[in-house]
Design a protein around this ligand. Structure first.
Ligand code: GDP
Length: 682
């Protein structure tokens, strides 16, 4: 197992992630033809739309082999509208390769994925791609990794030449130079470091060794004594430092020319962790809530996480999973601890993008897919029924934007429902609901592009033509003051009555905490069997807040008291009482509207700074940072999503097309009073 690497390539869109992935698969012999994103023939960008739009949307897993290593690659999207894809891949991979465009260096989405990778403590390597482009700058990119990403980069390579003169790489670990041939076969000749690069290479090498020594006592001793440190020892120490997130090795190359790919794969095998390097998988017993651990060995009971569900036109429902301990065979009966259900696996397979090979079993450290699981969804834990555990699920943000869709013909209404439910099964950040009031189907997601792509998939994959309304902001409501509330549902005239009575304490929680329910009934003032009905009633009420019927979030509800009746009490009566109580509490607790705030970055020629800022101001923007890079100006702001519809077009006309912008969800914040009034009057 020490020869398995579960890795992902992560990057800002257009940095060259797809090209790098493609070259790696080719170099290791998994594909026999070099694809090119520009011609739309890559293996990992397998959905038609991805090919056309030139972006990677759905992560596909691919397995490949290099020397003695099995490398499982999980492809991740670069566009932040597809956050769910990034989250789920980071949850299951052990190491990441962050791809940079050597001209632009660190870009906003690199920052986002870097932060996500920090959260999951994913060890990484950096690959500074596009060294052949005009304006490429290796040193500046390394500086930006340090200053903007707060990483601890240590170059283990240096480029020989840049842009049109880029010709090779100096390998600082082995103290030699690799010169590429121009014929596109990816091969290189190994030579000693050219005279004119000696001095620079020596100084970089010295600082590399020093940085490694800082993390390792044995190396430090030798370094201080002025001894030469054998390559193997240096490599082993750098591996330990990378795996423990102390250092991030930096490499460079040009994926387009197929230069620097072989050394990159070597570095993946040298420095990124194997499943053995990872701490034991941690979870809880589903019944007793006791902490459970699974060491990464095949002798432990089976435990895996389902990280992706795809509906495939040929095989049906395909569930991707990563095994943390033990093994599973095709046909095995396994236990879905999240759902509390037994399921039977069908065929088991390894994936090469959309092609698959059947295998007999998948074991600890492996990533693969299976058919036959009916009730397993993204984030669910699959395990051995006699040793159940729940692994930590995947963290998904709430959708921030929604749009109404309706089928062009009435007859398609049912088909639309089916199709949407399939799509939302695949993508946890895509939610659909039926609005009783307006009779419309509402779909919500992470951004305009996200929803556009989904509507497009309805057309292509399900043959459904749908009209869509204007995108709307997904507002929320919350309370701002703690209150005590009461719900009484008592009808006792004639026949069997109804009796439910609750007293609730309701209080605001920190942003992003969601909803919490606590039961503090003692001595049976309300019998146990009715407690879950009260909770269900409270949840019903919080679906529609008192201001604009938006869902209520960041609220804690504690059931503190109440009363019951021996004959007249029922689950329904307590559900209604719970709902009435929560409604009462929300009204009293000074409710406010919350809106999604986006983090927006605009990059433009400095001459437009005034116009751009003026326009952003009128959109209620809050400036985060202004940074001049030569003639270009980088403007970072927080802006409410409500003000950002159509921004790309407006920015284009403001700057004659000489600016670019990116936007992603940051957090929810209170809507200012005046704006709220305007909104609610509509
Ligand atoms: P992704 O969005 O990160 O997956 O990036 P792609 O792999 O789709 O690449 C984006 C664009 O950059 C494409 O037009 C590629 O041909 C181009 N590209 C990728 N790698 C290189 C490189 O090393 N040098 C140059 N000059 N262009 C590259």
């Amino acid at each position: 197992m020490e020869n398995i690497r579960n890795i992902g390539f992560i990057a800002h869109i257009d940095a060259g992630k797809t090209t790098v992935t493609e070259r790696v698969l080719f170099a290791s012999g998994t594909t026999h033809k070099l694809g090119g994103v520009d011609e739309g023939t890559t293996v990992t960008d397998w959905m038609d739309q991805e090919r056309e739009r030139g972006i990677t949307i759905v992560s596909a897993a691919a397995t490949t082999f290099w020397n003695d290593c099995q490398i499982n690659i999980i492809d991740t999207p670069g566009h932040v509208d597809f956050t769910a894809e990034v989250e789920r891949s980071l949850r299951v991979l052990d190491g990441g390769v962050v791809v940079f465009d050597a001209v632009s260096g660190v870009q906003p989405q690199t920052e986002t994925v870097w932060r996500q990778a920090d959260r999951y403590r994913v060890p990484r390597l950096c690959f500074v791609n596009k060294m052949d482009r005009m304006g490429a700058d290796f040193g500046r990119t390394v500086d930006m990794i340090r200053s903007r990403l707060k990483g601890n980069p240590v170059p283990i390579q240096l480029p020989i030449g840049t842009d049109s003169s880029f010709a090779g790489i100096i390998d600082l670990v082995e103290d030699k130079a690799l010169l590429f041939s121009g014929n596109g076969d990816g091969k290189h000749s190994v030579v000693s470091i050219p005279e004119e690069y000696k001095e620079e290479a020596d100084s970089y090498r010295d600082s590399m060794v020093e940085r490694i020594a800082e993390t390792d006592d044995a190396i430090l001793e030798k370094y201080l004594d002025g001894e030469t440190i054998p390559v193997e020892e240096l490599r082993a120490a750098l591996r330990r430092a990378t795996v423990s997130n102390k250092l991030v090795p930096v490499l460079c190359g040009s994926a387009l020319r197929y230069w620097g790919i072989h050394p990159l794969i070597d570095a993946v095998t040298h420095y990124l962790p194997s499943p053995l390097d990872m701490p034991a998988a941690q979870g809880q017993h589903p019944k007793t809530n006791q902490e459970e651990y699974r060491e990464a060995t095949v002798d432990e009971p089976f435990a895996a996480i389902a990280f992706k569900v795809v509906t495939d036109p040929y095989t049906g429902r395909l569930v991707y999973f990563r095994v943390y301990s033990g093994k599973a065979k095709g046909g095995d009966s396994i236990y879905n601890a999240t759902k509390g259900q037994r399921e039977r696996m069908g065929r088991i397979m390894r994936m090469l993008a959309d092609r698959r090979t059947d295998v007999e079993e998948l074991k600890v450290g492996d990533i693969g897919a299976t058919v036959g699981l009916k009730n397993t969804f993204t984030g669910d834990t699959l395990c051995d029924e006699t040793h159940p555990l729940l692994l930590e699920s995947i963290n998904f943000p709430e959708p921030v934007i929604s749009v109404a869709v309706e089928p062009k013909s009435r007859a398609d209404q049912e088909k639309l429902g089916d199709a949407l439910s399939k799509l939302s099964e695949e993508d946890p950040t895509f939610v659909r609901r039926f609005d009783e009031e307006t009779g419309q189907t509402i779909i919500s997601g992470m951004g305009e592009l996200h929803l556009e792509v989904l509507v497009e998939r309805l057309r292509r994959e399900f043959g459904l033509q749908a009209n869509q309304g204007k995108p709307k902001v997904a507002y929320r409501e919350t309370m701002t003051e703690a209150v005590t509330a009461e719900g009484r549902h008592i009808r006792q005239s004639g026949g069997r009555g109804q009796y439910g009575h609750v007293i609730l304490k309701m209080e605001p929680l920190e942003r992003g905490s969601g909803f919490h329910f606590e039961n503090r009934i003692v001595g049976g003032t309300i019998p146990k069997e009715y407690i879950s009905s009260v909770e269900a009633g409270v949840k019903d009420a919080l679906q529609n807040g008192p201001l604009g019927s938006y869902p209520v979030v960041d609220t804690k509800v504690t059931l503190v008291d109440g009363s019951y009746h021996d004959v007249d009490s029922s689950e329904m009566a307590f559900r209604i009482a719970g709902s009435m109580g929560a409604k009462d509490g929300m009204r009293k607790g000074h409710p406010v509207l919350l809106e999604p705030i986006m983090e927006v970055e605009v990059v433009a020629s400095a001459e437009f700074l005034g116009e751009i800022l003026g326009d952003l101001n009128s959109r209620r923007a809050q400036i985060r940072n202004l940074e001049a890079q030569g003639d270009t100006q980088v403007i970072g702001v927080f802006v409410p999503l409500a003000e950002m519809f159509g921004y790309v077009t407006d920015l284009r006309s403001l700057t004659q097309g000489r600016a670019s912008s990116s936007m992603e969800f940051a957090h929810y914040a209170e809507v200012p009073q005046q704006v709220t009034q305007g909104l609610l009057r509509r």
